[in-house]
Design a binder for this molecule. Sequence first.
Ligand SMILES: [Fe+2]
Length: 310
Amino acid sequence: MAVSFLKHVALAIPQSDLREAVAFYSDFGLLMSEGEGVVSFGCRGRRYDSVFLIPGAQKKKIHHVAMGATAEGLERVRDSVRTAGLQLEKAPAGFSGAGIWFRNPHGLLFNVEDSPPEEPLAVEPEFRINSPGHYNRVNTIVMPPKSGIPDPQPRKLGHILLFTPDVDESIDFLDRVLGMRLSDRSADVVAFTHCQGGSDHHVIALAKSAGIGFHHASFMVATPDEVGLGGCRMIEKGHTQGWGFGRHAIGSNFFHYVRDPWGSYVEYYADIDYIADSDAWQATNWPLEDSLHAWGPNPPEDMVHNYELS
Ligand SMILES: [Fe+2]
């Protein structure tokens, strides 16, 4: 085991986009913090913020990905970086010099730091449905009046999807250097990787493009209802572009994506597959027709376009 969990993704953005970005992530349900030259957003009650914005760039581009590890895991990554012939770098301005910074073979900056893990999420009421032969919810209603439903509350950052010019090379990097494992893939077009030691089905996902880039960050909510509600509430707040409500085949999660100010996305998800033991999981190469979703509306035509290249 090397890295244990995903801490955050950082994006460089134009200063002029900051106001719109703050409104977007706040409407999504994240809490803002301000640092030196950095604005960050996180889920209520979590130790680490999930999305960092670094204003001052010409256009939006992915800046780095930060992962947490145990002290032993960090030393494993340090050895793997050396073995892979990758160079360590100084921490960028505004970020911790603890841990190590290095670029993958495609030039994407990664940070791995000895970091205490997040506390387990609070236990919440089980999502129960009535189905043929199973009356799991009796003598009670499930939905309050529409006016009484609170805004969705993202519980944690679950995964990010990154563009890569070579999916196989990126899987190899994540496996050999970060100690992550392939969950599933679809040809050389998309792939899904998880952290060892108990992990959502995907923590870092990959999509083929002409270059590197950030596609989406995905946040867990409690139920499929909250996924659908989240998408609707974002539309009501003026964030009308996106994709959902639907369910993925690979990973099984319910989803609703909301388009951010730069043509990438945030996602609400619920009920994703969980890999408790990497050795007990058999990675599958899914047909391309299954790579996007099992059901739901058709995605926007540019759903998998890497706007960081154009
Ligand atoms: Fe996702």
